[in-house]
Write a protein that binds this ligand. Structure first.
Ligand code: GTP
Ligand code: MG
Length: 219
């Protein structure tokens, strides 16, 4: 079984479509939502048959993502943001590469070229950090910050990471590489967001640098 996990904070305008899109491609998957909303997001998600774990008051992206990754019951956990930016059609491709392709983690990279939906500043920051990490880790990495990936559950069970603070996806990609897990990537599309972003660019950049450094030189 696969789990499709997403975290939500006030995504009532997107959650219905995101769940419907997931169902259309993987009807038998467990759909797990870690929710920190004040709006109707959790009610909508429950009514559509998703498993909702409430985390309120909100504890931030990282702690919600850690709960999502650790609570999934499937042998593969596929993550995506609940803002309609990621393509649900990629779920079976990513999951299949873990289930049948022998990968422990497959990244959905948004950066084959600049997505129209990504502001130039974010694009250059993402690209710059990916180049730095590629040099540091000696392999081609194109997107450290993607929210869409497939993780082998048994790998997550063995992984320790610091879920406090922004830019957790950076550590969730680099630590498995450092530990010798089999990590792959495919290119995916990236759409315009429904609703408002919670991303804080400066804090995210600082934490990205910190996380690259701490994965490179683990204590
Ligand atoms: N449960 C929970 N979800 C959160 C929290 N912060 C953000 N989210 C969700 O995490 C996902 C990613 O957040 P976004 O605001 O889209 O951040 P982002 O994807 O880095 O930024 P954009 O590229 O602008 O979309 C969304 O589905 C949010 O609803 C939180 O504190 N708790
Ligand atoms: Mg987003």
């Amino acid at each position: 079984m696969i789990t499709v996990a997403t975290i939500t904070m006030n995504e009532e305008n997107a959650v219905g479509k995101v769940i419907a899109d997931i169902r259309a491609v993987v009807p038998d998957a467990e759909i797990l939502i870690v929710d920190s909303s004040k709006d109707r997001t959790p009610e909508i998600a429950s009514a559509l048959g998703a498993t909702v774990v409430r985390q309120f008051p909100p504890r931030g992206y990282g702690l919600a993502m850690e709960t999502a990754l650790r609570s999934g019951r499937g042998s593969v956990v596929v993550t995506l943001d609940c803002d309609d930016t990621y393509p649900a059609e990629a779920i079976p491709v990513l999951a299949g590469m873990v289930e049948d392709g022998g990968f422990d983690l497959v990244d959905g990279s948004r950066l084959k070229s600049k997505p129209q939906a990504m502001p130039w500043l974010n694009y250059w920051a993402n690209k710059g950090f990916a180049i730095i990490a590629s040099v540091c880790f000696g392999r081609r990495l194109t997107d450290l910050h993607s929210g869409m990936r497939a993780y082998r559950k048994s790998m997550i069970d063995r992984l320790e990471f610091d879920a406090s603070g922004p830019a957790l996806p950076v550590e969730l990609l680099l630590k498995p590489i450092e530990l010798g897990f089999r990590v792959g990537a495919i290119f995916i599309s990236y759409r315009e967001r429904v609703g408002t972003s919670t991303m804080q660019p400066l804090a995210s950049a600082w934490w990205t640098a910190r996380r690259i450094f701490s994965c490179l030189f683990p204590r």
